[in-house]
Ligand binder design. Structure first.
Ligand SMILES: [Zn+2]
Length: 466
């Protein structure tokens, strides 16, 4: 989804691009789509003027050489009459691009790829129409170093590679509208040399071997934000099953992590059933996990349908990443400022699990978070900068906000109904902090201004009982 109106670009830039556009294409009436969606932390991320409905990615991966050859077929609906539009892409060489089958002009500037359709397809670029862009690209995909020093993007591993996209990494391996507000369906087909396996999101719909190389075709029909797309290439032990209520499970485990992962991965059906009781119906048709060899990556990520773990996870981490399938993956932040809605709920899920299974009352988890100074560095709904997005307040203090709502309601049954209503109302959509506070106040009939001011937005630690 792409609910925002395209932000105004600086006037001179608009004029320059418009003149350039009409000059090159012989009098098109459209205007260029905006460069970036003005996310509070990543203003250049994403692009205006269109809404992607489907990505068809065909990737040929040569892990030994660290090379990738790709074709991205992007189906999008124009939200304005476009004379040109942008895609986000970091590194890699663009070999060619077409729009509606006609060669398009391509320009690269940093992470912005500008596509200018041929004048003959101008009619297809009008507001509301759907157009198809094909970008052929190749090169050596790279890791992107986050503001906080973590690596994301395309990460080389001991026996292959893994793609991790939060918050901006997916532009390292495919061109797209890389902002969480534009969710789309995906077909990701990855060809790798035998005996390696390529695992991605959704369901494996086809597998074809030719000349010692196998193509794995994965399909995601439910909307997915691009930061949740993944590809893992390596030696994997894979297993398929179904939960009692029909969710398809696919797990892929590096053989070196297999023994230590066996018991915790066997808990996936039970964790999903427990989560559905609390958070509502599982929002996707497939689930599972990708477990790398310890050291292949440094953090877990809730990639859609099957989270990536950097080695055998413990149950708490499994609960956290599976909770993200509801909080983050189905109900997705409108901007990166809303990330506490992902992490606060996923952390709270850990607290709930510990209360139900490990005799740790939620109050004890709350107190531990409250007493930890790291959770008070800044308010969860207003991290000072991009490098703070994955810091403790977004997680621990976010979970404290959720618990304070529960206490304000003083009715557990009503609280969990509120949570299930939230995941239902914004299922497969995007939500902001403002959407959340408005929803809670409307559903509870309470004015919670004091709670938001103290726990969500406040600069200092409020009294424990405040
Ligand atoms: Zn998380």
């Amino acid at each position: 989804m792409n609910p925002r109106t395209p932000p105004a670009a600086p006037l001179l830039l608009v004029l320059a691009l418009a003149l350039l556009g009409s000059g090159c294409t012989g009098g098109v009436e459209g205007t260029p789509g905006a460069v970036g969606l003005r996310d509070p932390y990543f203003p250049g991320l994403g692009n205006g003027g269109y809404d992607v409905t489907h990505y068809g990615l065909k990737l040929d991966v040569d892990p030994a050489a660290g090379q990738l050859r790709g074709t991205a077929t992007i189906t999008a609906r124009a939200t304005q009459h476009l004379s040109a539009f942008h895609l986000d892409l970091a590194g890699l060489d663009v070999d060619s691009a077409t729009v509606e089958g006609k060669p398009a002009a391509v320009n690269r500037a940093g992470k912005e790829l500008t596509i200018r359709p041929d004048a003959s397809v101008d009619d297809r670029m009008r507001e509301g129409r759907t157009f198809t862009t094909v970008v052929r690209y190749s090169g050596s995909p790279q890791a992107i170093t986050d503001a906080d020093g973590e690596k994301e993007g395309w990460l080389r591993t001991a026996d292959g590679a893994v793609a991790l996209g939060e918050p901006t990494g997916s532009m390292a391996w495919f061109p797209g509208n890389h902002h969480p507000s534009d969710k789309a369906a995906y077909d990701i087909e990855v060809t790798v040399p035998d005996p390696l396996t390529a695992v991605s999101n959704g369901q494996l719909v086809a597998r074809r071997t030719e000349n010692d190389r196998t193509a794995y075709h994965w399909r995601t029909t439910e909307p997915m934000a691009s930061y949740l797309a993944t590809v893992a290439v390596g030696r994997f032990t894979t297993e398929q099953a179904r939960t009692p209520d029909g969710i398809r499970l696919f797990t892929a485990v590096d053989p070196e992590s297999a023994a230590a992962s066996k018991d915790v991965l066997a808990e996936i059906p039970a964790v999903l059933a427990w989560s559905q009781d609390r958070f509502g119906p599982y929002p996707f048709t497939s689930a599972g996990a990708i477990v790398e060899r310890t050291g292949d990556s440094t953090y877990a990520l809730e990639t859609q349908n099957r989270p990536v773990f950097p080695g055998p996870p413990d149950t708490g981490l499994l609960v956290h990443e599976l909770a993200h399938q509801w909080f983050g993956n189905s109900v997705t932040p409108k901007t990166w400022r809303d990330m506490w809605l992902n992490e606060g709920f996923a952390t709270y899920a850990e607290w709930l699990w510990a209360a139900d299974h490990d005799d740790v009352p939620v109050e004890e988890s709350f107190d531990e978070a409250y007493d930890d100074d790291a959770n008070w560095a800044f308010p969860p709904a207003a991290p000072p900068a991009a490098l703070d997005l994955s810091d403790p307040p977004v997680y621990g203090r976010g979970a404290m906000v959720v618990h304070k709502i529960r206490l304000a309601m003083d009715d557990d049954k009503a609280f969990f109904a509120l949570v299930r209503g939230w995941t239902k109302k914004y299922r497969h959509a995007n939500a902001s902090t403002g959407d959340f506070t408005a929803y809670v106040e409307e559903e509870t009939g309470q004015d919670l201004t004091g709670l938001w001011d103290a726990w969500l937005y406040g600069g200092s630690r409020p009294p424990r009982e405040g």
